[in-house]
Design a binder for this molecule. Structure first.
Ligand SMILES: Nc1ncnc2c1ncn2[C@@H]1O[C@H](COP(=O)(O)OP(=O)(O)OP(=O)(O)O)[C@@H](O)[C@H]1O
Length: 283
């Protein structure tokens, strides 16, 4: 299989990438693969293999996919995924499964479509990014051994100590939404991962980002909020407001962000800008 490169994040999938590698070596003769020790390592590998490769396969979670996508946007190269993260939001939304045979068939057919991505100031996001409560949760979560159980535990702990963020929009049109929020998310796809649909109406081909403003709710409401998120019915929730925009600017009184689930420090003012049809993905 020529013109294909596999980038494996050994830290995803509970560090258990060997079964994937064994299956790959059985199915493909001399596959071009790279076990990535860091994001810089991934970037160098992509650069070195750029001209001879049409399809780059990210083997990992949303963080890994994002680190590969960053180098592929607006280049004509195709992104494919073997999902191996804990949340797999972007993979779920783009029909990538853990079936290697199916993936290899798709690579042979080499069909693709173009989807939107967006930027938070100068940083790329492909799935869902945000600040406030979940920015803080991701910051604390990264100090644990990760996994869904730790995520829930950290979320509940953070909820008790958490002060709302203050958001101020630059344009007159959105000033009426200035105020205090539990969290602000920016969604390209519909879900965070684990089928938690923060923006059930989001589309990756509409040239718009969904800005999701969530007011602080009482703790007892958390269960209903979560139930609505998993049943794709958050749009009716009284604590949630959606703004569908190609671009927007605001300030927020925290630097704690997560970009596709990875903690990042970002200074205000914040400029969100959709990059329409900027990423080719395998279908
Ligand atoms: N290209 C890369 N090479 C090496 N490490 C990476 C790369 N991209 C991200 N990482 C690091 O690997 C860890 C796991 O990343 P990733 O997000 O892919 O998996 P996950 O957290 O298990 O999945 P998900 O984001 O779907 O919940 C993170 O700590 C991240 O910083």
């Amino acid at each position: 299989m020529e013109n294909v490169a596999f980038i494996i994040n050994p830290f995803s999938a509970k560090k258990n990438y060997q079964p994937f590698l064994d299956s790959l070596k059985k199915a493909v003769r001399n596959p071009n693969f790279y076990i990535s020790e860091s994001i810089e390592g991934t970037e160098n590998f992509i650069q070195q293999n750029f001209y001879k490769t049409d399809v780059f396969v990210a083997v990992g979670g949303d963080g890994t996919i994002s680190s590969v996508a960053k180098r592929l946007i607006n280049t004509g190269k195709i992104l494919a995924i073997f999902p191996a993260g804990s949340g797999n939001g972007f993979s779920n939304e783009n029909n990538f499964s853990k079936n290697l045979e199916e993936l290899l068939d798709k690579i042979k057919a080499k069909k693709w479509r173009e989807i939107d991505t967006f930027k938070v100031n100068d940083k790329l996001s492909i799935n869902v990014s945000g600040t406030g409560f979940d920015g803080k949760v991701v910051k604390q979560f990264e100090k644990t051994s990760r996994g869904f159980k730790n995520y829930i535990q950290v979320s509940i702990k953070t909820f008790f100590s958490y002060k709302p963020i203050k958001v101020k929009f630059s344009s007159e049109e959105f000033k009426k939404h200035d105020g205090e929020y539990l969290m602000l998310n920016v969604a390209n796809t519909r879900q965070f991962g684990n089928n938690a649909y923060i923006a059930p109406h989001a589309s990756t081909i509409d040239g718009l980002a969904e800005i999701v403003l969530v007011k602080k709710f009482p703790l007892y409401y958390g269960a209903l909020f979560a139930a609505r998120m998993f049943s794709k019915s958050l749009k009716e929730d009284q604590y949630v407001t959606y703004l569908s925009v190609p671009e927007i600017e605001f300030t927020v009184d925290t630097q704690d962000w997560h970009l596709d689930g990875e903690y990042n420090e970002i200074d205000s003012p914040i400029h969100i800008k959709v990059l329409p049809k900027s990423l080719k993905i395998l279908i």
